[in-house]
Design a protein around this ligand. Structure first.
Ligand SMILES: [Zn+2]
Length: 306
């Protein structure tokens, strides 16, 4: 069973070796206490245990920095799990093998086995959502360093940039996440009241990354320009990553990847403009597995840990 514990929702599934999903569970959570979160994990696994096939092991993808042994959640911005000896606690309560990893690592593993990075030895993943998650595949293996590698969203791209939830400022996350698209959309709505974005704002609609993408898809020039502006900033970050890792492919996932080529086209061009010669043709591709990538990757890890 794989469980992807996002900041606002949980998605779980019982997955077989062919990656077919037999039983899905969804839960929304917000503002839950630590004990309630841990109890909910046990509840969704017990629910799945009553179905066929019975899960033999459970993998968790959590939005957390982990220690080298992937046993303890060291820091966790979106869930109250900091300091929790997560793997031992859950394996005791569930009485079966438990693996835990960062949620973006799980998503990258799934994309590497069955998605946009299939066949790649070296790949990077960036998930553009509220923040930016990241993962590194090197020589076919997830690269974890001392445990917390792959935080690709927290590379500084603007020395005097906006504060970042990580405590630094000017991180790639502050200029190229879904939240950054929303902020750029708000600024464009204020500057261009006659645009689709401006009208939506005047109607009292909340300017989100998803709304910017929707209006851009309908041809609103201001929204298209917002995605291009954010895409250029993303591309500057990608150039640095391409130079640092020279991967076969950089996979872009997360909610904001729904903007597709309106975001990735300008990002790719900017990367090509800035990267060193041989790194200019690093492939930049939209993720294939959508919101189930993290759940599938967590299940893959559990399958391998049986
Ligand atoms: Zn940061």
């Amino acid at each position: 069973m794989g469980i992807d514990a996002g900041g606002t929702k949980l998605l779980g599934g019982v997955v077989d070796e062919g990656l077919a999903v037999h039983h899905r569970v969804h839960r929304l959570w917000r503002g839950m206490e630590r004990q309630d979160v841990l109890d909910l994990f046990v509840e969704v696994v017990e629910e799945a245990l009553a179905t066929e096939p019975e899960p033999e092991a459970v993998g968790f993808g959590i939005p957390s920095l982990l220690d080298r042994d992937r046993a303890v959640s060291l820091e966790c911005v979106h869930l109250p799990l900091a300091g929790v000896p997560f793997r031992d606690l859950m394996s005791e309560r569930l009485d079966r093998p438990v693996v835990v990893d960062n949620d973006a690592n799980c998503a990258l593993l799934a994309e590497a086995r069955a998605g946009a990075a299939r066949g790649a030895a070296d790949a990077l993943l960036l998930t553009l959502g509220t923040g930016i998650g990241g993962g590194i595949l090197a020589g076919g293996q997830l690269y974890r360093g001392r445990g917390s590698a792959g935080e690709l969203g927290h590379i500084v791209v603007e020395l005097d940039g906006e504060p970042c939830p990580c405590g630094s400022s000017g991180c790639l996350e502050t200029v190229a996440s879904g939240s950054a698209i929303a902020r750029a959309g708000e600024a464009a709505a204020a500057a261009q009241p006659a645009s689709g974005l401006g009208k939506a704002s005047a109607e009292g609609r909340e300017i989100t990354g998803a709304l910017v993408t929707e209006l851009a898809g309908e041809g609103d020039a201001a929204a298209v320009a917002v995605l291009a502006e954010v895409g250029v900033k993303l591309g500057a970050g990608l150039a640095g990553l391409a130079n640092a890792f020279s991967p076969d492919v950089i996979v872009i996932g997360g909610g904001a990847s729904a903007a597709g080529e309106l975001l990735l086209g300008p990002a790719r061009e900017e990367m090509q403009r800035r990267a060193l010669g041989p790194n200019r043709d690093v492939r930049v591709e939209e993720a294939h597995l959508g919101e189930e990538a993290g759940m599938l990757g967590a299940a893959l890890m559990a399958l391998e840990a049986r």
